[in-house]
Design a protein around this ligand. Structure first.
Ligand code: TYD
Length: 138
């Protein structure tokens, strides 16, 4: 899966003097049907999350508050993306190794996902992930 399939999506902001609102709908806002959401918060300084890939799952990552980095790795190339605003989401395709790090204090990472939780959908071992891509460690 090519890293270029992962892209930033501008979310539709509705704002007036009372503040801002962002609706997210399947298909029109993001390219998959929403099955699950979860959020990550209270990440201790210096800690990371992720460190795995998914076989089928599609996801959108949003820095609802604060900021953090997402490092994408498709086995051939890596890319670091800083998410720091609630009106931009990062679409992450299946078969993409990802690591989240550099969380600012009080940051909240909202994740919108295309499938229910399934541990069998994970590659938690990087070499297994590379093997599934017919790649080996350099
Ligand atoms: P994990 O996906 O490894 O978290 P992260 O990518 O943020 O590092 O999940 C951490 C734990 O939470 C793991 O035991 C699985 C569990 N979990 C669920 O039960 N449901 C979920 O929707 C998610 C995302 C994780």
């Amino acid at each position: 899966m090519n890293i270029d399939r992962c892209k930033l999506i501008d979310l539709p902001k509705i704002y007036d003097k009372r503040g801002s609102l962002i609706p997210i709908e399947s298909s029109s806002t993001i390219p998959f049907q929403i099955k699950r959401i979860y959020y990550i918060y209270d990440v201790p300084e210096g800690s990371g999350r992720g460190g795995h890939a998914h076989k089928e799952l599609e996801q959108l990552f949003i820095a609802i508050s604060g900021s953090f980095d997402v490092i994408l790795d498709d086995g051939k190339a890596t890319k670091k993306i800083n998410l720091n605003r609630p009106d931009v989401g990062l679409y992450v395709s299946p078969m993409m190794w990802r690591t989240l790090e550099n969380f600012s204090s009080n940051s909240v990472c909202l994740v919108i996902a295309s499938l229910a939780f399934d541990e069998n959908d994970y590659f938690r071992n990087y070499n297994d992930y590379l093997s599934a891509l017919n790649l080996t460690k350099p």
